[in-house]
Design a protein around this ligand. Structure first.
Ligand SMILES: CC[C@H](C(=O)O)C(=O)SCCNC(=O)CCNC(=O)[C@H](O)C(C)(C)COP(=O)(O)OP(=O)(O)OC[C@H]1O[C@@H](n2cnc3c(N)ncnc32)[C@H](O)[C@@H]1OP(=O)(O)O
Ligand SMILES: [Co+2]
Length: 134
């Protein structure tokens, strides 16, 4: 079902403030930014080996990232696993009794289709399923 870690999501109050550490200090390949209105976030991606770092900045006060930052400040927000068939993955988790935030896939960055498992069903780690858009 899972083929790799697609990305690790890190919540930040400011992409502009956070990008230099990953790009300049750690030397990661910065692959650009994208706004995903549906999730009320602006994201910056860095490629590291076969996985990515995804920095997330809220674009609205009611963004899920804004709420997370209010409670926790900057920090690791979620882990995203790559799946070949996101509908089948959701169906398996639902059949196993997992609580899904998204019962069907939503639009993610880079044309990906994504769905989140509620932290209550994933041992407290916000877990994203991600089927690549290309
Ligand atoms: C651009 C798309 C991109 C991509 O990969 O393509 C993305 O990754 S989009 C990322 C941003 N979008 C989301 O995170 C959507 C899914 N998240 C949600 O629906 C909410 O954030 C939710 C349901 C996880 C929490 O929202 P809620 O309003 O319920 O917030 P609370 O603070 O009341 O939290 C309830 C409960 O969950 C725990 N929690 C919240 N966030 C996290 C987290 N990131 N990791 C682990 N646990 C989390 C929180 O501590 C509360 O637990 P409790 O024991 O009840 O105190
Ligand atoms: Co993500």
């Amino acid at each position: 079902m899972l083929s790799k870690i697609n990305h690790i999501g890190i919540a930040v109050t400011s992409l502009d403030a956070a990008v230099p550490f990953y790009r300049d200090n750690l030397g990661m390949a910065f692959t650009g930014t994208e706004e995903v209105a549906e999730q009320k976030v602006r994201v910056a991606f860095f490629q590291i080996g076969e996985t990515k770092i995804e920095l997330l900045e809220p674009t609205a006060e009611d963004s899920p990232i804004a709420k997370f930052l209010e409670k926790n400040g900057n920090g690791i927000h979620h882990i995203a696993y790559e799946v070949d068939d996101i509908e089948a993955a959701i169906a398996k988790l639902v059949a196993d009794g997992a609580r899904m935030i998204d019962s069907s896939p939503r639009n993610g960055a880079h044309g990906a289709r994504i769905a989140f498992v509620h932290p209550k069903s994933s041992g407290g780690v916000l877990t994203e399923l991600c089927q690549s858009g290309h």
